[in-house]
Design a protein around this ligand. Structure first.
Ligand SMILES: *Cc1c(COP(=O)(O)O)cnc(C)c1O
Length: 405
């Protein structure tokens, strides 16, 4: 399928290009030390991860350890409430550790093992990526250093405990505001010093090349499975697919399976409390082009052009940019990016729990909320939502802040 000059038959092969660009977005805006480290990873990725041995091992791990393929569920009662459209969910909440993040962490850690690395390094904000990577490191017998802001360590005690139980070192970062941005800087600095022994494992389709490509490719198992399962279940393709977008990894992997199909694709960003800067994290909707954390994309900036403070009820969506591929698909118009606010999200959280017996992550609740709105607008057809994770991690927070609705 050709869409605005881009050939989607061969898209995954040609995007990004060899320098990591999706159109004008992506690339690697980094120091020379990090550049050699990224070149080493890129080279290893293209040789090792395309080998039959690696592919077979990852397949086996996904089946035997992760619980893949995850099923698709038809949401009959939720569909009935929203009109005549049938809503389905791809159950990434049923992955081991409860979210899609393990898909790329197992891939990245397996690559580390093949490269002979001893240690994996990463940053974490809410701790979800840290837990997934600590899990992968334990599985492969790798050391694991997780950099985390002091403020986040206090807020996310259960995830800090999980990482420690899994054997990871949680390294407290006290610079600046002591949250995710400082943790990213500290983790990259540690990595630049020690890149011969270790590998950086990023948490989403962000950062310098090759990460946006690598993470998308590891996550594309979601979209490839979903397309096959959905057509087997219903005999046709969905009319629309929906995923939430923070950094954009669950969306990128899910969309990858459908980009070449006559399917409407929606990425949902968090509108939070409203459209004022600082009240949301809808970077593609309200942002402008700029470079941060080593890549060029669309981002939310403050008056000095620095990454702006952002807010979302979902800590996993709380990032002032999104991966370069999303910026590209946004400009191209192949994916439509839209927003839902906190209230709509919390309403979807309870509605899905009550009507279907599935407690979604607050991040994923954004996608569910959007699908409910979209279903009411469509006359007929089907919507497939990527349910990126389960809501166990969010229950205490929701009860404290919103009570039982
Ligand atoms: C981290 C997380 C997200 C956001 O990350 P993306 O890279 O945008 O997918 C979404 N859903 C869940 C459940 C998460 O844990």
């Amino acid at each position: 399928m050709n869409y605005n000059g881009v050939d989607f038959d061969t898209y995954l092969k040609h995007y990004p290009d060899e320098n990591g660009y999706f159109g004008k977005y992506g690339g690697a805006y980094i120091s020379d030390e990090l550049r050699s480290a990224m070149e080493e990873i890129t080279e290893a990725y293209f040789t090792i991860s395309k080998s039959g041995k690696f592919i077979n091992e990852l397949r086996r791990i996904r089946r035997e350890f992760q619980g893949r393929p995850t099923p698709i569920s038809h949401l009959e009662r939720l569909s009935g409430k929203c009109g005549r459209v049938q809503i389905y969910v791809k159950r990434e909440d049923l992955n081991h550790t409860g979210a899609h993040k393990l898909n790329h962490c197992m891939g990245e850690a397996l690559l580390a093992k093949y490269m002979g690395k001893k240690k994996v390094i990463a940053e974490t904000g809410a701790g979800q990526h840290g837990v997934a990577l600590a899990t992968a490191a334990a599985y492969f017998g790798l050391e694991c250093d997780i950099y985390m802001g002091a403020v986040d360590i206090k807020k996310q005690a259960p995830n800090v405990a999980r990482m420690k139980i899994l054997g990871a070192n949680v390294i407290e970062v006290t610079d600046g505001l002591a949250t995710l941005k400082e943790a990213v800087d500290a983790a990259f600095a540690a990595y630049a010093k020690d890149y011969k022994e270790c590998i950086y494992c990023i948490g989403s389709v962000v950062g310098p090349h090759p990460f946006p490509m690598m993470v998308r490719d590891f996550q594309s198992v979601v979209g490839i499975e979903a397309r096959e399962q959905f057509t087997e279940m219903t005999g046709e393709l969905p009319d629309a697919i929906v995923a939430c977008v923070g950094g954009g990894s669950n969306a990128a992997g899910f969309f990858a399976g459908f980009l070449n199909d006559p399917v409407d694709i929606y990425g949902v960003e968090p509108l939070g409390r409203g459209s004022k800067l600082g009240d949301h994290a809808a970077s593609l909707t309200y942002g402008t082009e700029g470079v941060m954390h080593g890549f060029n994309s669309i981002m939310l900036k403050d008056e000095n052009g620095e990454p702006a403070p952002v807010y979302s009820v979902a800590s996993g969506l709380d990032y002032p940019s999104s991966g370069p591929e999303h910026a590209f698909l946004h400009d191209l118009g192949r994916v439509k990016y839209d927003v839902v606010n906190d209230d709509e999200t919390i309403d979807a959280f309870f509605t899905l729990s009550r009507l279907e017996g599935i407690i979604p992550a607050i991040e994923s609740s954004h996608a569910v909320a959007y699908a409910m709105k979209l279903a009411k607008k469509m006359e007929k057809g089907s919507i497939l939502v990527n349910l990126s994770g389960r809501g166990d991690k969010d229950m205490d927070y929701i009860i404290e802040k919103y009570g039982i609705r």
